[in-house]
Ligand binder design. Structure first.
Ligand code: ADP
Ligand code: ZN
Ligand code: ZN
Length: 730
């Protein structure tokens, strides 16, 4: 009997957290379905893992395996389609095997918690509530609006009411008037999508209609929806989603990290009666887990989220939308370095459904795919509401008086626009008070002791801060090099700009957007709220401003400083700059008055500006594509960057040198380096990189995959990683 015992055990393959390149095998007395979580022993700990397979690799003796400690789920938490995408990701991005599987789960479930079926509070109208004319509540517009929506929707969940921008106080008032009542429902099964609407859709213009007609297919078709800012891309998404819901299928919408604000969510929730869930970093772990679980049970018809939402299990998925597809936040820059846009494409292909990538400034990769016909190309060349594109001009800084970099010309135009009661938006891609703290006698500049970078002076807190490692110190009073005092803040950051503007326009509110003034989602939203007040205002900030927010009343956009971007060594610097300029310019003049854009530069004759002055991002991008083609760079070739860092420069460099000679010996890839990273020292670590290029994706992968077995990820105080399809060559 005892000899039979091992045979009645099953082996399971489990994705466990840790530096493994595949799943680990364990024994189980029962058959545990693939996609369930288990607790398993690992070293002297117990960890939560995910069952990914049942087969046992031939070379493992079952007698040596340890048993699963506990099965956590009876039914799979991750569906087969998600498991297969995760498997693809772990092979493609070459990080720890389990990381993509774990990424698919919200944090609490990763820790082993039991997913809670949600008890939903529904709000329904009473007979009185159904009969009453909402106009009777016109003294309290919010209550009137809520009643109006309830009459159109029949019933709403508390979550929907919240997403629509109402508070429980609004609801209470209606309840006290006995117009509606609440009901607790335990939601177990799925909720069928209907596509029924709360508000009527806009009548599409002919370009929008043509785009919509092609989007409503039932097979895998990737599309680029290229439309200038304000061309009505969102309306196209909404109607494509409606068509999808009407077929009983669900939709997934991905937006950039900073783009997912209550306003964005409301825009989608206002349209449909169907439930929607949002997934983003501003939610608590508990909220995230609940939203994720609802989505996975099919209780949401629309799932809208940031990067990692791409792995949300959604039954009967019928459409994927990626808004602002060029945005860098779709690429994760640490651990599992995945590009959510590419993962979404893979997912759409596997699910055999359409996917639409929308942007006014498509990434070169996506544009290329559209130009060669691999993606359908949908164009919205005009602004939907009839607004004209803004007038764009450069301001030659060599011929201008300026105060902290603000030219006479931009100052005068700002004055004009504010006088007319409009808002002006000034863009300055540098936060802090001033980019450096410096001695005007000898030229000494305060450096970070841990990085190869200047410290940024922050006046408000009177500290010099390193923006690369976070190191802070009190600014020196006298020059450590020549003894001169006082020292000065040189250059202009958003904090100094705000101070200067407040000084120049004492009666006008100045609203600042950067990682300091809008450090949390809440603060960011509070700043956004301020921009909605009546009257003139100045909005000043970093690239946070370029991310798809509509500032309806901005008529003037000023680009304070863009020149540093002209000379960056990074592969994508020019692409980014063109996108940024176009996107920031697009914030202007969406309303009645024609917008105006002024670009301050010391290099007005630089050809990079020409197409942008004519609203011709396409010509600009095609030119860059040409340069990429000559260099064999993406999308014409494939690139991986291998980065190493160490407190000892020679160890970091030598590791890459050894890899380089191995890779070169293969004769299938080109290798550049090792070279010091753009920021060669950061947080006390010396950083090097190796650029690996190949014409074929497979050649690149075949070359770099074996590195993981030859070189431990952490050894002799050197750590290293591979970044496939890097967002930056730095
Ligand atoms: P995008 O997403 O391309 O920046 P939006 O979808 O936000 O553009 O649309 C810009 C503005 O134009 C919005 O105020 C929207 O309500 C309006 N709009 C969009 N489509 C139409 C249409 N077909 N008719 C009238 N107005 C429209
Ligand atoms: Zn000095
Ligand atoms: Zn530093």
């Amino acid at each position: 009997l005892t000899s039979l015992f091992p045979d009645s055990l099953q082996t399971v393959q489990v994705a466990v957290p840790g530096p493994f390149q595949g799943p680990l095998s364990y024994l189980s007395k029962t058959v545990i379905p693939i996609g369930c979580r288990v607790e398993v022993p690992l070293g002297n700990r117990t960890v939560v893992g995910i069952v990914v397979d049942h087969e046992n690799p031939d070379d493992i003796d079952p007698k040596k395996l340890k048993p699963v400690s506990r099965q956590l789920d009876e039914r799979p938490l991750l569906s087969i389609d998600i498991l297969s995408i995760a498997q693809w990701m772990s092979r493609y991005y070459l990080h720890e095997f389990s990381s993509a599987y774990l990424l698919a789960l919200p944090a609490l479930l990763r820790k082993g918690e039991v997913p809670a079926a949600s008890v939903e509070t529904r709000v329904k109208l009473t007979l009185e509530g159904k009969a009453i004319d909402p106009a009777q509540l016109k003294r309290s517009p919010k209550q009137q609006a809520l009643l109006d929506i309830l009459q159109r929707a029949d019933q709403l969940s508390m979550e929907q009411i919240r997403q629509l921008g109402f508070t429980s106080a609004h609801l209470k008032s209606l309840e006290t008037k006995r117009l509606c009542e609440r009901e607790e429902v335990e939601q177990l099964g799925e909720i069928k999508p209907t596509g029924d609407k709360l508000e009527t859709s806009l009548t599409l213009n002919s370009e929008q209609q043509a785009a919509l007609d092609r989007l409503t297919q039932d097979i895998f078709t990737p599309f680029l929806l290229e439309g200038v800012t304000g061309s009505g891309k969102t309306e196209v998404y909404l109607q494509a989603i409606e068509a999808c819901l009407r077929k009983g299928k669900r939709a997934l919408v991905l937006v950039p990290e900073i783009g997912l604000t209550p306003q964005t969510i409301q825009r989608f929730q206002r349209r449909f009666k169907d439930p929607l869930v949002a997934l983003h970093s501003g939610m608590t772990d508990k909220q995230r887990q609940q939203a994720w679980y609802q989505a996975s049970l099919g209780q949401a018809s629309v799932v809208i989220g940031t990067r990692s939402a791409v792995l949300t299990p959604i039954p009967d998925l019928g459409l994927i939308v990626i808004d602002e597809e060029h945005d860098v936040s779709f690429k994760q820059q640490d651990t599992l370095r995945y590009q959510a846009r590419d993962v979404a494409l893979k997912r759409a292909q596997q699910a055999n459904i359409p996917i639409v990538l929308g942007s006014a400034t498509p990434s070169l990769e996506t544009l290329h795919n559209a130009l060669i016909g691999r993606f359908g190309h949908l164009l919205l060349p005009n602004r939907a509401a009839g607004a004209q594109m803004p007038l764009v001009e450069t301001v030659d800084m060599r011929k201008q008086q300026n105060r902290n970099g603000l030219s006479e010309r931009l100052l005068l135009r700002t004055h004009d626009h504010l006088r007319d009661g409009n808002q002006a938006l000034l863009f300055l891609n540098r936060r802090g008070f001033a980019p450096s703290w410096f001695c005007d006698q000898c030229g000494w500049i305060a450096d970070c002791v841990y990085c190869d970078a200047n410290l940024t002076h922050h006046r408000h807190s009177n500290t010099n801060i390193c923006h690369h490692c976070g190191h802070r110190e009190k600014p020196a009073h006298s020059c450590p090099s020549c003894g001169h005092s006082p020292l000065q803040a040189m250059g202009t950051g958003t904090e100094r700009a705000e101070e200067l503007l407040a000084d120049l326009f004492p009666d006008i509110p100045v609203i600042r957007f950067d990682r300091d003034a809008a450090s949390t989602r809440k603060k960011f939203e509070a700043q956004l709220e301020k921009t909605q007040a009546d009257g003139p205002a100045i909005i000043v900030g970093t690239q946070m401003l370029a991310k798809g927010h509509h500032f309806e009343r901005v008529t003037l956009v000023g680009i304070w400083d863009i020149d540093t971007g002209l000379f960056s060594a990074d592969l994508r610097a020019k692409e980014r700059m063109g996108q940024l300029l176009t996107q920031v310019s697009g914030r202007s003049g969406r309303g009645e008055r024609r917008g105006e854009v002024l670009i301050q530069t010391y290099y007005p004759e630089n050809p990079i500006f020409t197409p942008l002055l004519n609203h011709d991002y396409r010509t600009f991008a095609v030119k860059l594509l040409d340069e990429r083609k000559k260099a064999g760079l993406p999308p014409f070739g494939f690139v991986a960057v291998i980065r190493s860092d160490s407190a000892f420069a020679d160890r970091a460099e030598n590791l890459l040198r050894s890899m380089a000679s191995y890779l070169l010996s293969l004769k299938t890839v080109r290798v550049l380096g090792p070279i010091p990273a753009l920021l060669s020292r950061r947080a006390g670590k010396n950083r090097y990189m190796l650029i690996v290029q190949a014409e074929k994706r497979s050649a690149l992968h075949e070359a770099v995959v074996p590195l993981h077995s030859h070189y431990p990820r952490q050894e002799k105080q050197v750590s290293w990683h591979i970044d496939i399809d890097p967002a930056e060559l730095s």
